[in-house]
Write a protein that binds this ligand. Structure first.
Ligand code: ADP
Length: 207
């Protein structure tokens, strides 16, 4: 099963992705984490993206798509993936479809964490004070939010049209959000596994 955890910056995608990994063993692929790791390692890529990230802008589609493809190839035995912070543009979403289908996989669900901008601003002020992530400063955060609204939110109809989108209240506490996501995924697992049964077994509800 491959799922996308979707939402604006600071919606709690990373936190929830980690909980899903702990429960189901799906591998979390966070482009934000990969880019931060590149920076920490001092690689050429890290140097190239540092300024863009600190400003709150998106790095190029080409870079993040290559990072994702590398992970798909390096983790062929994974039971499935959780995409966290990717895709963020329509171009990336199309590339993800291609990358997955060329490996006999597809996106099975997109879970949207619905949150409110004012709450996000509050959360991020606290995270900036606690962790000091440069791109959490108010100016960069505003740019990240604008980029989300302009470039990433258009993916919602893209996935909704394909009946892949489920929405979860991202303002609830962490456990409640996790439980709502688990509900969505449990239903999905039932559907996915029943699709693999012969039709007569499906009709009679046999498994
Ligand atoms: P958040 O979800 O809190 O905004 P991330 O850790 O997902 O943070 O991303 C941090 C930064 O990394 C982004 O602001 C952007 O500069 C870069 N980045 C991460 N993922 C992508 C992506 N899919 N496309 C373009 N840039 C990305």
């Amino acid at each position: 099963m491959n799922i996308i955890i979707f939402g604006p910056p600071a919606a709690g995608k990373g936190t929830q992705a980690k909980l899903i990994t702990a429960e189901r063993g799906l591998l979390q692929l966070s482009t934000g984490d990969m880019l931060r790791a590149a920076r920490t390692s001092g690689s050429e890529l890290g140097k190239k993206v540092a300024g863009i990230m600190d400003r709150g802008d998106l790095v190029s589609d080409e870079i993040v798509i290559a990072l994702i493809e590398e992970q798909l190839d390096n983790n062929k035995d994974a039971p499935g993936f959780i995409f966290d912070g990717f895709p963020r543009t329509v171009e990336q979403a199309k590339a993800l479809d291609k990358s997955l289908s060329s490996r006999d996989m597809s996106v099975d669900a997109v879970i949207r964490l619905a949150v409110d901008d004012k709450v996000l601003m509050g959360r991020i002020k606290k995270r900036f004070a606690d962790e000091g992530r440069k791109d959490d400063n108010p100016k960069s955060f505003k740019i990240r939010l604008d980029n989300y609204n302009k470039q990433t939110a258009p993916l919602l109809p893209f996935y909704e049209n394909r009946r892949l989108l489920s929405e979860v209240d991202g303002l609830a506490d962490i456990e409640t959000v996790a439980a709502s996501i688990a509900d969505v995924l449990n239903k999905l697992e039932v559907n996915v596994s029943s699709e693999t049964l012969p039709f007569w077994k499906r009709i009679f509800g046999l498994s």
